[in-house]
Write a protein that binds this ligand. Structure first.
Ligand SMILES: CC(C)(COP(=O)(O)OP(=O)(O)OC[C@H]1O[C@@H](n2cnc3c(N)ncnc32)[C@H](O)[C@@H]1OP(=O)(O)O)[C@@H](O)C(=O)NCCC(=O)NCCS
Length: 150
């Protein structure tokens, strides 16, 4: 069984494959208002707050929002569909908690070309229904993405 916990609205679980081996981890949080979202996504300082992003979410921001805070599948287990499965489980958890929107800040992981890693992640999430939000300021290099659930 995957280790799973939901403390104070934060959901954290080890991701396992069908044989029960731990292959990665995923973390999310159900955010009920802007302050809550800001406390875990942290965009108020570099990104000028949530408002410039919220106005790009169509048709409207609906609370609660499910913030995806971390998703990692360990390198040797990638490209087997496990990341997609983990994301689907996060969506199911988010819907069960009443969320209609999933939101994330794209991570820059690993060594090598970090811009390439970021762009790969943007593509990966885009293929899974996420839309990229325009940065609120030119210095912001970690894009935010969202998708409707349902
Ligand atoms: C992003 C990440 C979670 C994806 O995990 P993953 O397990 O490789 O994801 P999937 O296997 O579901 O998808 C990867 C590709 O493999 C393909 N794939 C799925 N099952 C497959 C299989 N059995 N055989 C071969 N390829 C397969 C998928 O179709 C997908 O390609 P696509 O995006 O063109 O559709 C993983 O690369 C990772 O942990 N990266 C480092 C951490 C990180 O950057 N996280 C995101 C931070 S926001």
């Amino acid at each position: 069984m995957p280790d799973s916990s939901a403390t104070l609205g934060t959901w954290h679980r080890q991701q396992c494959d069908s044989a029960g081996e731990i292959v990665g981890c995923i973390k999310g949080r159900i955010c009920h208002d802007e302050a809550d979202l800001d406390s875990c996504i942290g965009f108020s300082k570099p990104a000028g707050g949530f408002a410039p992003h919220a106005e790009q979410i169509s048709p409207a921001v609906v609370w609660p929002i499910a913030a995806l805070l971390d998703l990692e599948i360990y390198k040797v287990f990638r490209r087997r569909g496990l990341g997609s499965t983990a994301l689907d489980q996060f969506f199911a958890y988010a819907r069960a908690e009443g969320a209609w929107i999933a939101f994330l800040r794209v991570g820059w992981w690993g060594c090598g070309d970090r811009y390439a890693a970021r762009d790969r992640n943007i593509s990966w999430y885009s293929r899974r229904g996420f839309r990229e939000l325009k940065p609120a300021a030119p210095q912001i290099l970690t894009p935010y993405m969202y998708r409707f659930l349902g």
